[in-house]
Design a protein around this ligand. Structure first.
Ligand SMILES: C[S@@+](CC[C@H](N)C(=O)[O-])C[C@H]1O[C@@H](n2cnc3c(N)ncnc32)[C@H](O)[C@@H]1O
Length: 203
């Protein structure tokens, strides 16, 4: 099944609050984004945003230039409905990160639980290329993947697990690691999963 069809089926058939990666408050993402110390006009893109409430939290905190990208139109439609009157304040992009070309650059790129689904080297290279085009010089990247003790599958798909060194190796010398943390996430079903949160700065 193609990516779009897979993820659309997930979001059409599963209740948002029951999906394994659901967070009522994206606390660690917000902590990492706050540590990036950006002003309210900074451009922040949530990649593989799904139905995450990060966008709501960023708007509530006064961020004025927030964008979301996801391969699943169904997911973004649910987020649009949830945001209601605030939806037009967000830049919405339906597309695959491996092919995405942003119309402008971003100061912060956030990805929680998307990159680790890219099990093919060519897809990881394509993601890195998209990131290279989309991120402004001096921009920052917050990437959260499953950590070394995290699950090996999610949503019926294989995933890759990472430590900070392997993410650094993939991003290359152009990026410096400035923050990392292993965080346990408890799924709505009560299963504890290890995530690795990282923040890198582009030179
Ligand atoms: C596990 S969910 C995480 C959603 C959200 N980041 C969160 O933390 O709640 C992974 C998301 O990545 C999206 N996705 C998967 N592969 C993608 C790709 N190649 N390009 C863009 N989005 C993708 C899926 O549609 C899904 O919404």
């Amino acid at each position: 099944m193609k990516r779009k069809e897979h993820w659309d089926a997930v979001y059409r058939t599963q209740n948002g609050a029951e999906i394994g990666w659901f967070e009522s408050e994206p606390a660690t993402s917000l902590r990492f984004i706050e540590a990036a110390a950006l002003g309210p006009a900074a451009r922040i893109l949530d990649v593989g945003a799904g139905t995450s409430m990060l966008v709501d939290s960023l708007l509530e905190r006064g961020c004025r230039n927030v964008g979301v990208l996801d391969v699943s139109p169904a997911a973004l439609e649910l987020s649009r409905i949830r945001l209601g009157d605030r939806a037009p304040e967000v830049e919405w992009f339906v597309g695959d990160v491996t092919e995405f070309r942003s119309p402008h650059t971003w100061d912060l790129w956030h990805d929680r639980a998307m990159f680790h689904f890219l099990t093919e080297m060519s897809d990881r290279q394509a993601y890195r290329e998209t990131l290279g085009h989309a991120l402004a010089p001096g921009g920052q990247v917050v990437i959260a993947t499953y950590g070394p003790e995290g699950p090996t599958r999610c949503s019926g798909l294989d995933v890759r697990r990472y430590d900070s060194a392997s993410l650094q190796g993939w991003l290359g010398d152009e990026f410096q690691l400035v923050q990392d943390e292993l965080v346990d996430h408890t799924t709505p079903g009560g299963v504890v999963q290890q995530y690795l949160f990282t923040r890198f700065r582009r030179s």
